[in-house]
Ligand binder design. Structure first.
Ligand SMILES: [Zn+2]
Length: 722
């Protein structure tokens, strides 16, 4: 997953309507005085670190100096400054030019970006009630701020003037793209609407900002709320030592020494489902998981989700689109909902057939286990794990000792070194976003500084679940000077306990490589404009650099380089990785059905054509029945915890992972043909994909790299669905 810090448009803009500035500043002032008592305690001699250079190596944020009280005043000032900058552009007496309008607008708002990047990374990884309150208060204010820029008539006239004269400007491709995108963003932001409709749009945007923030906060609370506490050792039946150890460690951390605690965090939940022979307890934790946000309490997300969907239709309709999906997809490679459905239908039937075969095998296992009745969703993980052991003599317990986190990380760095010549040096003199995080300086092959990379691996209550990449500073060039990126990778892997280091499952190893692929996209960016740099590409293209990295994990020569037993240092035995290879299609029916059902559900919510607020659960089950989802498999994300689409940037975009799978499988074929570490192929991938950001059309970039259109056969073959 890739988490864009700016859920709202990352266009740096402002607004110049003075009255509105006053209004918003009043709202902010009220917010501060009414809800944040700490603000009052700030004395004049306290210096807000955002108002001067950080004075740290590479100007990384001064995490050691930044306090919660600094955010509101800094954002308030940043909004004011941003507005003044927009005012300067609008009031420029000279005729509009690319430089004095398009480029000037792109460069504006740098303070706001600087503060927001720190703030939103922090609310994702180390939040607290105070930060969440600030985020909720800020959501409508920032939404209004950006609307005031996009709906600024005088500014739009200047942009339009430049745009209409584009043929005569002699712009390079990146400048052309910046102009094109800027103009389109205004149009898509409502610049051509009449004033009444603009007023409605503002309200819709503000409510959406509040609702999506609330959705994410609720989900975090729900993840933390559920606790399966075991105090009778007999209830641990089936759990291997590493799972018991995690349970013991989590219980201790929660003040429940001597007991075992299992939570809805993936490193706790999944092994429990895979190994616990206690069917009732599996059911309990499974039901806890699939009912997150659906407990009819203060953190219920059902009505929020359906309200968000209705507001999105309203917005799409205002802007002249039939549905939200049409509005979103216009900017993606897929272009239309029909293209998305075509892709999903390509895999859906084959995946269902495969999943039904898998189900039959699991039912036999269950029968042999002496359990009568129907195979239930909470049985799938358990019997799949048993079957995997039986068929391939392979399970996570056997593999994990070979995947010690730091050894895997080194293996990952080595892959980047062989492909792109990068080297990584851990630094201990740079402030970190959290004490558990690591910081690396990244060098290009000629030894020049390329980027700063933070890595934050372990779960905690203040951190959202899942894995993602984000940035504290995107790469850009200002007056010929290269501004290097500051990137972060956030994971939720098992923490080291006692003498046992953090040991990963094979899937977690792939996740690490996946996020590292996003990080490379951010770190190797070589663009001029921040708005187009790094991962600022269309949603269905952004998963190509991440997913392609997962391919190297499956290659014996790569795996052997880092998979070493954490106790003995012995490399993974050849027969083990042969088993890994042999089992690569195992349970793929399940995985593909679980995923594709979620992609369908996303499209269902976003191809609604009216603004009726639906009853969430009956809508969901109706839509999943339509595609014939089998009852033994629960959609990967049910609506109340589908944060990708209701809190993140993947609405009408969850299909992107599958779309990008076509691209990554096809792109990796180039490495298979020429060599896993073939320099020319790697350099071409770097030059055409990783360095280019969103400066050119993604399909054009892809074809430049591959020399042909992408084909779906390699993806189908990899999944065993051809
Ligand atoms: Zn991703």
């Amino acid at each position: 997953m890739l988490r864009k810090i700016f859920n709202f448009d990352s266009i740096r803009n402002k607004w110049a309507e003075k009255m509105k500035i006053l209004l918003i500043l009043t709202v902010l002032a009220l917010t501060i005085s009414s809800c944040n008592t700490n603000q009052k305690k700030m004395t004049s001699e306290e210096i807000n670190p955002f108002f001067s250079e950080f004075g740290t190596p590479f100007e990384v944020p001064a995490f050691d100096k930044i306090k919660t009280i600094h955010f509101m005043p800094a954002i308030l000032e940043a909004i004011k400054k941003h507005s003044e900058e927009i005012g300067t552009i609008v009031n420029n007496p000279e005729l509009p030019t690319f430089e004095n309008t398009i480029e000037a607008k792109e460069r504006s708002g740098s303070l706001l970006t600087r503060v927001s990047n720190v703030f939103y990374n922090l609310t994702g990884t180390n939040t607290n009630d105070e930060l969440q309150k600030i985020a909720q208060d800020l959501a409508p204010v920032l939404s209004a701020h950006y609307d005031n820029i996009k709906l600024n008539k005088e500014l739009f006239i200047r942009v339009k003037t430049v745009y209409e004269n584009k043929e005569n400007l002699n712009l390079n491709p990146e400048q052309q793209m910046l102009l094109e995108k800027t103009y389109r963003d205004f149009v898509r932001g409502g610049a051509n609407l009449n004033e009444d409709d603009q007023e409605i749009l503002r309200k819709v945007n503000q409510e959406l900002a509040v609702m999506t923030t609330k959705f994410g906060d609720n989900l975090l609370a729900e993840t933390n709320d559920f606790k399966l506490v075991i105090d009778n050792e007999a209830d641990l039946t089936g759990l291997p030592e590493f799972v018991r150890e995690t349970g013991r460690g989590d219980a201790k951390a929660a003040g429940l020494e001597g007991k075992w605690l299992f939570t809805l965090d993936k490193p706790s939940l999944i092994p429990f489902l895979q190994y616990s022979s206690k069917r009732d307890l599996r059911k309990k934790i499974f039901m806890g998981y699939i009912n997150m946000g659906n407990n009819n309490n203060d953190h219920d997300n059902k009505s929020i989700a359906s309200r968000i969907a209705a507001l999105r239709v309203r917005k799409a309709n205002l802007l002249g689109f039939k549905t939200w999906a049409h509005f979103v997809l216009e900017e993606n490679m897929a272009k239309t909902p029909e293209m998305v459905y075509e892709l999903m239908n390509q895999v859906w039937n084959a995946a269902q057939i495969k999943a039904r075969e898998e189900k039959t095998e699991l039912e036999k296992m269950m029968e042999a286990d002496g359990v009568s009745g129907k195979l239930e969703a909470w049985d799938w993980w358990y019997y799949a794990e048993k079957l995997r052991k039986q068929k391939y003599d392979l399970n996570d317990e056997i593999l994990k000792p070979y995947f010690e986190l730091f050894s895997v990380r080194q293996g990952m760095f080595d892959v980047a070194n062989k492909l792109f010549g990068l080297t990584f040096k851990e630094r201990f003199d740079i402030p970190k976003p959290h004490e558990d995080a690591f910081v690396f300086e990244v060098f290009d092959d000629d030894g020049t500084h390329q980027a700063i990379l933070f890595m934050d691996f372990f779960p905690r209550a203040s951190k959202k679940s899942g894995a993602w990449m984000s940035s504290y500073r995107d790469q850009s060039k200002i007056n010929g000077k290269n501004i290097t990126p500051i990137i972060t990778m956030v994971m939720n892997f098992s923490k080291p306990i006692g003498d046992t280091p953090s040991l990963l499952t094979f899937e977690e190893v792939s996740t690490l490589f996946h996020e590292f692929g996003h990080a490379l996209h951010g770190m190797l960016s070589d663009c001029t404009y921040e708005m187009l740099s790094g991962t600022s590409v269309s949603r269905d293209f952004v998963e190509l650099p991440s997913q392609i990295m997962e391919n190297w994990v499956g290659e014996p020569e790569v795996l052997q380089s880092f998979a070493k037993h954490y106790k003995t240092g012995e490399p993974i035995p050849e027969n083990l990785f042969k088993k890994i290879k042999a089992s690569q299609h195992f349970n793929q029916g399940f995985a593909t059905v679980e995923f594709t059902a979620a992609a369908f559900l996303d499209m269902s919510w976003h191809t609604i054509t009216d603004t009726v607020v639906r009853e969430t659960l009956s809508f969901e089950s109706g839509e999943l029945n339509k595609i014939g989802l089998m009852p033994e498999i629960v959609v990967r994300y049910r609506t109340p915890y589908f944060s990708h689409i209701f809190a993140g940037g993947y609405s009408a975009g969850y299909y992107s992972y599958q779309w990008a799978e076509v691209l990554d499988a096809d792109a990796f074929e180039a490495f298979r043909e020429k060599g896993l570490f073939d320099k020319a192929t790697a350099t071409s991938f770097r030059k055409n994909i990783l360095e280019k950001g969103g400066t050119e059309d993604p399909m054009k970039l892809y074809i430049q790299f591959r020399g042909a259109d992408p084909k779906s056969e390699p993806m189908l073959k990899r999944k065993g669905l051809n």
